[in-house]
Structures are given as C-alpha cells and as structure tokens.
Design a protein around this ligand. Structure first.
Ligand SMILES: NC(=O)c1ccc[n+]([C@@H]2O[C@H](COP(=O)([O-])OP(=O)(O)OC[C@H]3O[C@@H](n4cnc5c(N)ncnc54)[C@H](O)[C@@H]3O)[C@@H](O)[C@H]2O)c1
Ligand SMILES: O=C(O)[C@H](O)COP(=O)(O)O
Length: 632
C-alpha cells in the first residue's frame, strides 16, 4: 500500500460560536443569510437547512455534478426582496467592450444583455452590483474595486480573448467569481498580425506609405532587409508563437524559440529548436514576443537584455506592452542596438500622445489590432458567450482561469464522487459537538489509479464546501473553496491510498476524518479520537459505508438517523415503528456491528425530518445508547 499526501495549512482555527439559527429557517439558501454574529456555531446545527432541495440533483450524471459543484441556482441571477425571499430571473450580462453579434445573440437567448462601452471605472463599479456576468476585452480593467462593488452578485467575468492581465484574478478568486477566457479563437489573427508587422517593418511599408502620402518619393531612404535566411527568435512558444513560427518557416527564416514551459517535441514537430533566453536573444536577427504578461515577464526586455542582443536586431511585439521596458527600448533604438521595432501593444493603452516610442521613426505601431479580424472577433464572441452561459448555468468551464479546468470526460466520471464528497463533508461537520473548533480535516482517497491520474481538486473543494457551508454564511464554490478554508483556519490534508483493484472506478472510497474535536455521536470516533466517516459510490449512487469503526451501508439521499444500540433482536422493528407511526418514511436501513450481540450502529435513511418528539421517542428505546439526526 502506497500513500502520497498534500497538505494545505492555514494559521487560525475556525471559531465556532453562536449564531441566529431561527433566521436560517426562513430561507432555503441558508448560506446567503447575513448573520448579526459573524462567528459560527455548531450548537444547533441540526436545525440548519441544507442549501439544496433533496432529490433536486437526480438528473443526468454530468448535470448532477455541475449543479452540485456550484449549486445551479447560485449561479443564476437571483435577487432578494426586503423580506429576504429569493427570486430567480434571467441573468444580467454586462458587455463592456465591442463583441461580435453572434456572441451577443447567443447571450441574449439566455440573459438580459447590456452593452455599455467606454465606461469609466466609477461607472463600471456603479453598474456591476446589478450584473451576474461581465464580458470584457483588454480595454476594461476589472479591479478589486469592481469585485467589491459587485456585492457578491457577479458570478463570472468573461475575457473575450486570451490575456487576462487586465483582471485582478486574486480578487476574483477571493470573491468566488469565476474568470473564463476565450483562448483559441484569435490565435491565427494574432499570428498573422505578427507576420504582417514583421514583413512591413523589414520593408518600411508604414514609413514609406506615410512619406508618399506626404507627397514624397523616397526610394533610397526605404531600402529594407530580407527575411529569407534570417534567424527569428520566438519568445513564448504557445499558441500564437508556434503559429508565427510555422509561417516564418514558410518565409524561409531560421526559427529558434525560448519558452521554459513548452514541450520540446511540439517545437521539434514544427522544426524549431528550444533554447535558453540568452541564447535566443543573442543570436536572433528578429525577435518576436509571444509570452503572457506576468510578474516574471514584466519588463523582461530591458537595458540589460537589450545589451545582449545582436546589434541591429528587429523586435516585434504582439503580446503585451508590459513585457518591454519602453524607455529602455527607446534608448536601444537611439543607440542602434535595436534597428527597428513593430509594436501592437503598449504598457499604457492608448499610449500618451507624445510617447517617444510611438513617435520614433524606426518604430511601426498599430493600436492593439492583433485579434481584430472579423473572423477572430466572431469566433471569440461565440467562444466567450458559450463559456459565460455555461458558467451561469453552473457548468464547469474548460477555459476557467481561476478554478480547476476539468475536462468533460473527467467531470462525468467524477460526478457521483463529487456529490459523495460534499455529503461526507456535510455529515462530518454535523457530527462535531457544539463548541468544538474544527482546525484539521484529513481526506483519504482509496483508489487503484496512479495518483498523477486522479485529479482530486474538485473533490477537495466539495468536501470543503460541505464542511463550511452549513456553519457559515460564506458563499463557497469551486473558485474560492481553498481560499475560504485557509481564511477560516481550516487545514485540509489529502492522502491518496493506492489499493489493488481491477475496478474501473476512479475511486474506491473517500474517508473524511476530523481531528481534535468532540463528537455529538461518540461512536463516530475512531481509536485515535478522530471523527471518521467513509463513503463510496455504488451503482452511481453515493453511500455512507463506515462510521467510526462500524461498517454501515446507507444511500446518502434524504436525511439520516444514526443510533448506537445494544445489538439485540427487534431493534429495527421498534425504531421503524416509532418513525412509521409518525409518518416518517424510511428509505434505507443498515446495521453495522463489531461483534455479535455487542454494540451496533443502525443507520436509517429518512425522507422526512422527524420532529423533536419523534426523535425523543427513538432516544427513549432502552437499548438505544446514543443517536443523532443528520441532514444531508
Ligand atoms: N495583440 C493581440 O491582439 C493579441 C492577440 C492574442 C494574444 N495576444 C497575447 O499574446 C500572448 C500569447 O498568447 P497565446 O494565445 O499564444 O498564449 P499561450 O498561453 O498559448 O502562450 C504563451 C506561452 O508563453 C510561455 N511563457 C510563459 N512565461 C514565459 C517566459 N517567462 N518566457 C518565455 N515564454 C513564456 C508559455 O509557456 C506559453 O507557451 C499573450 O500575452 C496574449 O495576451 C495578443
Ligand atoms: O489577449 C488577447 O486576446 C488580445 O490581446 C486581444 O485583445 P482584445 O480583445 O482587446 O483585442
């Protein structure tokens, strides 16, 4: 048996104290209530309503997951009237920059679309609290202030394009707002623009055009350089970079590339050699930039790196202006290190009118037109509209930027485990006695799969959601689960236990253990004093299979009563009668014991919530030593 573990540690324990339970009864969506006391109580947890209607998710497996991952109704537009009643309506989607009609049409089939271009930051902040989704291009800065101003309503930001450097991802994550982009539809447009700039710069097309329009005929002044046989360094060998490489090879150029993360075989397949940064910039005649703007790439082209370049190098930038120190580039152009530059992107967009760089005679500029072809804009608009609508429907996105991207086939396979994970989290927290503070949760996944082949981020997020949501007013989803757990001082460690099994199931069982707490159901404690429950998926349905050291087998559907009793005949009948007399329908019953006629645990699935009197009667059966009612 092999194990591997991943631990996530945070500083402060969760503080569980009293909160207003009565108010929770008023609403189905307990998580959205605001509590006068910000701290959290386990004392009367049995009164806390589940966020979901039971049985609501019994649709197709994939839809089931999607709903559970981010309760579908949470992602749809919802408002509350003054009495705190939830209203569901068509979501409002704000489009703050020009988007292709095909995308807008698709959005309109699903929500109310408002196109408001050229909003000032203040205007955007003023509007955003009325919006469920925001779609931007590179011109809108989606700052922390925007997420704050959204007051929890904004569910998704769609970036109609690739670069997400204009979106504060950390703030989005903290506010549980999904960010999706449209990473593929403008690749060719950007690559073609890069090639257009390369060729026009080499032949002084823009300068010669301006000169002729000024009435001149300067054939000697605009003698260019040839591309064939020249070395082009591609900096960032991703989607755009590799398409530029293919095209440059067609022009007879020798192409080299630098990208610390690109697979060498992909480069080899295009006939490109991947080399170090210094090697690339020092050997190239032309350097074309295609990396994202990140803290690492910010101003990576600066005085020092320009000084390592071949004298007379030519630079093309269709990536992001910020990767170049623009003052340093002006110096390099002035001293001849850089012969020419062709730039589509700038640190500040639009750049100041008196920008020395823009005005430089050896510089060709375009106003961020890389993605601006009709074809690319149509494609991007549809790509982002589909992603945003999917997110609003509660689906996981294949282009999520701040949440795990789960391919559809993995999602469908993990669907029942996602439900199991959330329910185990929800059960585990209800077994904790009032007053205890949960600091540490350990999750063990038994699986025959190679750990590298089992992505448990989704499951961890759902366990976290299950644990925190019933006891807090935090809105938890896949985007912010880790962040909120850390913020609340909850340490969740994961262990993968490799088991021998020929089963095709991705996971054999999931065990959730809560350490250093008291339990309101002592039988849920294992010898090491941890609350421990375990579940597995049987025929596609999540089951609870172990409580403490007792094996049980009960489908996790509806609510659950756990009783510890002296193992003797007639117990099932006695408890069943009490419930039946009070019209509480029993859906499952399972008895687990450690040895004959000693102690046993009875797990009873019930469709209805028994009233206090009924539960009292169950507790009064002489052989019943302890019992707990748990809501799923
Ligand atoms: N001008 C435009 O209109 C326009 C259009 C499309 C894309 N873009 C920009 O072009 C860039 C590339 O887009 P893409 O779609 O090819 O993205 P991509 O993610 O497919 O490729 C980016 C590549 O850069 C690499 N990279 C990351 N850090 C690097 C570093 N420090 N050094 C070298 N390489 C590094 C990555 O490994 C990746 O392979 C992005 O900045 C994007 O915003 C601009
Ligand atoms: O990152 C991108 O996709 C490009 O820079 C395009 O930006 P745009 O949508 O503002 O044209």
């Amino acid at each position: 048996m092999a194990t591997s573990s991943i631990s996530r540690v945070a500083k402060n324990p969760i503080n569980f104290s009293t909160r207003n339970v009565e108010s929770q009864k008023k609403s189905i969506f307990s998580r959205h209530l605001s509590f006068s006391n910000s701290s959290i109580s386990l004392q009367k947890l049995s009164l806390v309503k589940s966020s979901y209607f039971s049985g609501k998710f019994n649709t197709t497996p994939v839809f089931n997951v999607l709903e559970t991952v981010e309760s579908k109704s949470d992602l749809l537009s919802r408002t509350r009237d003054p009495d705190n009643v939830v209203k569901t309506e068509r979501p409002t989607i704000l489009v703050s920059e020009k988007l292709g009609e095909a995308g807008l049409d698709l959005l309109r089939t699903f929500g109310n679309v408002e196109c408001s271009y050229n909003l000032s930051p203040e205007e955007l902040c003023a509007k955003i609290s009325l919006c469920d989704a925001l779609i931007v291009r590179s011109g809108t800065k989606v700052t922390r202030q925007v997420f704050e101003a959204a007051k929890g309503r904004l569910k998704v930001v769609g970036r109609a394009g690739v670069g997400i450097d204009n979106v504060d991802l950390q703030a989005a994550t903290e506010f549980g707002c999904l960010v999706v982009n449209a990473p593929t539809a403008n690749t060719i447009a950007a690559a073609e623009h890069g090639i257009a700039l390369l060729a026009s710069m080499a032949r002084n097309v823009a300068q010669a055009d301006a000169s002729m329009k000024a009435g001149k005929w300067q054939r000697n002044k605009y003698v260019g350089v040839s591309l064939v046989g020249k070395t082009l360094a591609i900096m960032g060998f991703g989607k755009v970079g590799s398409e530029v490489a293919r095209r440059a090879k067609g022009l007879g150029m020798h192409v080299i590339a630098h990208d610390p993360y690109a697979p060498a075989d992909r480069a080899r397949a295009i006939g490109v050699e991947l080399i170090s940064f210094d090697q690339a910039i020092s050997t190239a005649d032309f350097i074309s930039l295609h990396m994202p703007l990140t803290p690492t790439t910010n101003k990576v082209f600066n005085d020092e790196t320009f000084s390592k370049m071949k004298k007379g190098v030519r630079i093309i930038n269709v990536a992001r202006g910020g990767v170049i120190d623009e003052d340093a580039l002006v110096r390099a152009l002035d001293n001849g290190t850089v012969a020419q530059a062709a730039l589509d992107v700038f640190t500040e967009e639009p750049p100041p009118k008196d920008s020395k760089l823009v005005q430089h005679e050896n510089v060709t500029v375009t106003p961020h037109l890389g993605a601006s072809t009709k074809e690319a804009q149509d494609g991007v608009a549809v790509e982002i509209a589909e992603a945003v609508v999917g997110a609003l429907k509660g689906e996981l996105s294949a282009t999520a930027v701040n949440a795990p991207m789960v391919p559809p086939e993995v999602l469908s396979e993990l669907a029942p485990y996602v439900t199991l994970a959330e329910k185990l989290g929800r059960l585990a927290v209800q077994l904790v006695a009032g007053g205890s503070g949960i600091q540490s949760v350990k999750v063990a996944y038994k699986s025959a799969r190679d750990p590298d082949n089992l992505d448990t981020r989704l499951l961890r997020a759902m366990i976290t959601k299950g644990i925190i949501e019933p006891i807090s007013d935090s809105h938890i989803n896949l985007v912010n689960a880790d962040f909120i757990a850390k913020q609340k001082g909850l340490r969740i460690s994961e262990e993968r236990v490799l088991v021998d099994s020929s089963s095709e199931n991705p996971i054999d069982s999931i065990q959730v253990q809560v350490s250093n707490v008291e339990s309101k159901f002592a039988s849920a404690l294992t010898e090491n004093g941890n609350i421990s429950i375990e579940g597995r998926v049987k025929y596609g349905i999540p089951h609870l299979t172990r409580v403490g050291s007792f094996e049980v087998d009960v489908s996790l559907d509806g609510n659950l009563i756990l009783c510890r009793q002296v193992d003797q005949p007639g117990m099932i009948g006695r408890v069943g009668n009490i419930l039946g007399e009070r019209n509480v329908n029993v859906s499952f019953m399972s008895v687990g014991r450690t040895a004959k006629r000693t102690k046993a645990i009875m797990a009873i699935g019930v469709d209805e919530e028994p009233d206090k009197d009924t539960l009292k009667k169950v507790g009064e059966v002489p052989a019943v030593e302890e019992f707990v009612f748990l809501e799923l």
